[in-house]
Design a protein around this ligand. Structure first.
Ligand code: C5P
Length: 284
C-alpha cells in the first residue's frame, strides 16, 4: 500500500481571460486559456493519524483554512475516510499573485490522497470545484486547457510548444474576490481573443506574436484600479517596447518572448526599470 506521494504542483498563466455575466451563485462566468509553467511547489502527502499541513515558507493562511487542508477534508467527506493526513508544501509560487499556487497545491493533495486511499474512482474535477474555481484545471493535469463556467468546465488543448514567457512578480497581493468585485461592464471585451487563442491551439498554430496579440484579460481594469502600481509597471515596460499582460486576477504580469535569448533580453530590460522579472517556459 502507498503511504506517501510527492507531486510537483505547477503554477498557471491565463494566456487570455474573458469574464461574461455574473451568475445566480455570485460567481462569474469565465472563458480562459490556461497553461502551466515551469514554476512549481512541491507537495508531499503521507498517511497520518490526524490532519497536519505544513507550508514552508509560511504563507500566513489561517490554520486549517488553507486550500490543502480543505482538499483533505473534501476527499474525506466524499469517501467516508477520517480527514487525516500529513501534508508538507515547499512553496516557490508567489501567493495571491494570479498564478494559482494554492489551487495547484490543493489539486496535488487531492490526487496524492486519492492514490494513498486507493480512491481514484472519485470525480476529482467535480470535487476540486468545491474547493476553488482554479482547482479543476490543475486536477486534470493538462498543460493547457480552455476553461469555462466558473472554472469547472475543462477542455484540454493540444500540448503547446514550449513558449518562452517572462514573469513579472509583484510585492503586492490582490484578493481574487476584490478584483471580481471591482469589475465594470466596460471592462469586458476579451471574449473574441480567448476564442481565437483556443482555436489557434486546436489547429496547432500558436506563435509568440499571436500570443502577444491575444493576451487580453478582462480583469486587468479592476486589478489596475485596485493596484495602480500594475498600470505603472505596464506603462513603463511599454515605453521600452515590451507588452505586459495580466494573469488571472493579478498582480503578476507576463510578457511573451520569441525564444530563450529573447526572454533573457526582456528580463534585462525589465530589471533595469526596477521590475522583478524572471524567464520561464510553459513546460509545467
Ligand atoms: O473559487 P475561488 O474561491 O477561487 O474564488 C474566489 C473569489 O473570486 C470568489 O469568492 C468570487 O468572488 C470570485 N470569482 C468569481 N467568479 C469566478 C471565480 C472566482 O466571481 N468564476
Amino acid at each position: 500500500m502507498t503511504r506517501a506521494v510527492t507531486r510537483l504542483a505547477p503554477a498557471k498563466i491565463n494566456l487570455a481571460l474573458a469574464v461574461a455575466g455574473k451568475r445566480d451563485d455570485g460567481y462569474h462566468e469565465l472563458r480562459s486559456v490556461f497553461a502551466t509553467i515551469d514554476l512549481s511547489d512541491r507537495v508531499r502527502v503521507a498517511s497520518a493519524p490526524r490532519l497536519e499541513v505544513r507550508i514552508a515558507p509560511d504563507v500566513g493562511a489561517a490554520r486549517g483554512d488553507d486550500l490543502a487542508s480543505r482538499a483533505v477534508r473534501a476527499l474525506a467527506g466524499a469517501t467516508g475516510h477520517e480527514p487525516a493526513a500529513f501534508v508538507h508544501i515547499r512553496k516557490r509560487i508567489p501567493v495571491a499573485a494570479g498564478l494559482g499556487g494554492g489551487s495547484s497545491d490543493a489539486a496535488a493533495v487531492l490526487r496524492a490522497l486519492a492514490t494513498i486511499w486507493q480512491r481514484e474512482d472519485v470525480d476529482l474535477v467535480a470535487l476540486g470545484a468545491t474547493i476553488g474555481s482554479d482547482v479543476p484545471f490543475f486536477v486534470t493535469g493538462a498543460r493547457a486547457a480552455f476553461v469555462a463556467g466558473r472554472g469547472e468546465r475543462i477542455d484540454p488543448l493540444p500540448e503547446p510548444p514550449d513558449l518562452h514567457l517572462v514573469i513579472v512578480r509583484s510585492p503586492w497581493r490582490l484578493a481574487t474576490e476584490d478584483v471580481f468585485g471591482a469589475l465594470n461592464d466596460d471592462d469586458r471585451g476579451a471574449a473574441g481573443a480567448v476564442d481565437a487563442l483556443r482555436d489557434a491551439f486546436v489547429r496547432r498554430g500558436v506563435t509568440p506574436q499571436l500570443l502577444r496579440d491575444l493576451a487580453q484579460n478582462d480583469l486587468r481594469g479592476p486589478a489596475e484600479r485596485l493596484c495602480p502600481a500594475i498600470a505603472d509597471a505596464r506603462v513603463r515596460a511599454a515605453e521600452r517596447g515590451i507588452a505586459l499582460s495580466l494573469t488571472g486576477s493579478g498582480p503578476t504580469l507576463f510578457a511573451v518572448a520569441d525564444d530563450h535569448r529573447d526572454a533573457l533580453r526582456l528580463v534585462r530590460i525589465l530589471r533595469r526599470i526596477g521590475l522583478s522579472a524572471h524567464a520561464h517556459t510553459t513546460a509545467g
